[in-house]
Design a protein around this ligand. Sequence first.
Ligand code: ADP
Ligand code: MG
Length: 403
Amino acid sequence: MHPAGGGAALGIGKASVRDAEVKGRRVLVRADLNVPLEDGKVADDTRIGASLPTLELLLEGGASVVLVSHLGRPKDRDPKLSMAPVAARLDELLDAEVKLAPAVVGDEVRSLAEKLEPGQVLLLENSRYEPGETGDDPELADALASLADLYVNDAFGAAHRAHASTHGVARRLPSCAGLLLEREVSELTKVRDHPEPPLVTVLGGAKVTDKIGVIERFLDRADEILIGGAMCFSFFKAEGRDTGDSLLDDASVEAAREVLPRAKRAKARLHLPEDLVLGRELSVNTEVQELNGVDVPEGWMGLDIGSNTAAKYGKLVAGGGTVLWNGPMGAFELAPFAFGTRAVAEAVAHASGHTVVGGGDSAAAMAEFGLADRVDWLSTGGGASLELLEGAELPGVEALNDA
Ligand code: ADP
Ligand code: MG
């Protein structure tokens, strides 16, 4: 799904794995293999698939690969979050032998790394088994660096974290960007800084406080900002409307209250829904009603945008030269509240402009509707893509050698 290897990525100002001399070298690759597990197996291998082009490029170029990723948030060394299922799936997908190391670092791991032959892969255990990972501990970074002669960061989804495996280690070895990371940064930077106008941004979902920064950044860059999902209730509350039992948090209402007056003077037109679909509770069998308006009565939750709003948003998306979508329009996992998200997904899929979709749940919605291959770029990194879009520097990218 991610032809990262084939795309003409714009330069991102960082050294690229495409230009690296790798024959006979041992390369430490940080990938984002943080996949969902079910019954001890990989439930969705999208992220593993997205990491393959860089691995294949290195292995075909005659390198041996030491591969590292985190998986979930293990307490101590919870064996349920071992990389074993990932190693098994990777071994099936890659035309190379994949061994699993018994730990992240240490003498035994080092000796396994030293024995690697060109074309072989050693997957380290879950980087978060090491307590020093999230604190960017220098000793852990040293130990990781001692395993290889070149470091490639392909973990875009973790690039907003300054961890030992994404940041500290990059300072200790010659380093460069992997194909996926390079393409992600290039695609998202282009939308942020050089979009083909008009730029239509569709924002929704539930993680409102994480996304307010993107709205602020795009107020003077986008032409249209379309708000849906639980996010719209932060704005409605800030406008003094009734939001009933809709999902809301105080911090995002405060932030929305600051955005509203700025939006009046901004380049972008900020659109809020004009109708809604309500439910009594977040469940598939709940009582449902359509509301021609946006004041939600007591005892009801707003769970989707209404059909007029969906039609209007669809038209605006169709007219975009560039379309950026992050965050579902409603609780789309439940059939009665999927209409608005489906309408936006269809509009994005059929839009003639350049289309970029970010956010784990929005990407899952595209996949569920069978439209994932109809967008120009489907970002694999949730938090990282938001931080890049709002203009923050990503420590995992910054730490790499310049081009
Ligand atoms: P993404 O992963 O695409 O960035 P988020 O994680 O911010 O999106 O939000 C996705 C979640 O938001 C989905 O699980 C969806 O059910 C939920 N959601 C969207 N709209 C509403 C709403 N009006 N009320 C409750 N939940 C909502
Ligand atoms: Mg999400």
